[in-house]
Write a protein that binds this ligand. Structure first.
Ligand SMILES: [Zn+2]
Length: 293
């Protein structure tokens, strides 16, 4: 878990570069530099989180303040990576007794973990970019939707053919929610309903309001989350994102930072709710059924 946190802050530092260079339409490659004086950064100025504090939050050359976004995104990515690793470990991942340390089970589990760390990174980039610019970053989102679809299909088929021990019961719907609704897990149906819910509801809000209540990019982000979470977790995540959005909207109106008409990007709420359901979906649903039974 500690190593996944360290990996997270290093990847987070890269995500900052992706976000800022996408905004300026620059290439990803090339050395990092100060956006103010263009000074190329030395190695000790490139250490995630620490460099920001060593430098006192200022460029060593021109003394211009460095954005708090850098250490915050790095820390956020570190925390999200650690939580993702912890979540997947709960599912008897990396149980080497299943077929040895580098057996099929181990390799597939490592692939699955790697893919989820990538999906979480995509959510962070899209959420931060949406906060900054009010746009959903399609160049990052589209490939992620395709990779998510291929990954979910692959692991679903492997589970269906009973090739991986840890998925035997649930398939990629490891949130363990499917059995509450259909008795058994059915990947194509859960995928279509899961994506459909997000896309139809967000689509109606976006097109019905001509982009005022909901941006046109949000239904596309919904497709990504629907593929990852599947029905019925997708419905819980969607409801949760409306709760978060409504709550923050109310707070900002009360604090008079924004008026009723001003726009609040919805992507960060979708991403946050999706991630929370990924982490705690089964606990949320079990608690709900206990409450009303
Ligand atoms: Zn500078």
């Amino acid at each position: 878990m500690f190593y996944s946190f360290i990996l997270g802050i290093i990847i987070g530092s890269f995500l900052n570069v992706v976000i800022l260079r996408a905004e300026k339409e620059e290439k990803i490659t090339g050395r990092s530099y100060c956006p103010n004086c263009k000074k190329k950064l030395k190695w000790w100025e490139l250490i995630p989180v620490f460099s920001f504090f060593i430098l006192g939050g200022k460029c060593s050359e021109c003394k211009k303040k460095i954005s708090w976004q850098y250490p915050l995104v790095e820390l956020l990515t570190g925390i999200c990576f650690a939580l993702t690793y912890n979540r997947l470990i709960q599912l008897s991942f990396f149980n080497t007794s299943l077929n040895g340390p580098f057996g099929l089970n181990f390799c597939l589990a490592a692939l699955f973990l790697g893919l989820w760390l990538y999906f979480v990174s995509v959510l962070i980039v899209i959420a931060v970019y949406d906060l900054r610019t009010y746009y959903i970053l399609d160049t990052v989102l589209y490939p992620a939707i395709i990779i998510a679809f291929l990954s979910q299909t692959l692991f679903s088929v492997l589970a269906w053919k009973k090739l991986i021990p840890f998925f035997e019961q649930t398939g990629p719907n490891f949130l363990g929610l499917g059995q509450y609704f259909f008795g058994t897990f059915n990947f194509p149906i859960n995928l279509i309903i899961g994506v459909g819910f997000y896309f139809v509801i967000l689509g109606i809000l976006a097109y019905g309001s001509k982009g005022r209540a909901m941006g046109y990019g949000d239904p596309k982000l919904g497709i990504f989350l629907g593929v990852l979470l599947l029905w019925p977790a997708s419905l819980i995540a969607l409801l949760l994102s409306f709760c978060f959005g409504g709550l923050v909207g109310l707070i900002t109106i009360v604090l008079k930072k924004k008026t009723m008409k001003s726009y609040l990007p919805f992507g960060p709420f979708l991403a946050l709710a999706g991630f929370i359901v990924f982490l705690f979906g089964d606990i949320i649903l079990k608690g709900y059924f206990k409450l009303f039974s």
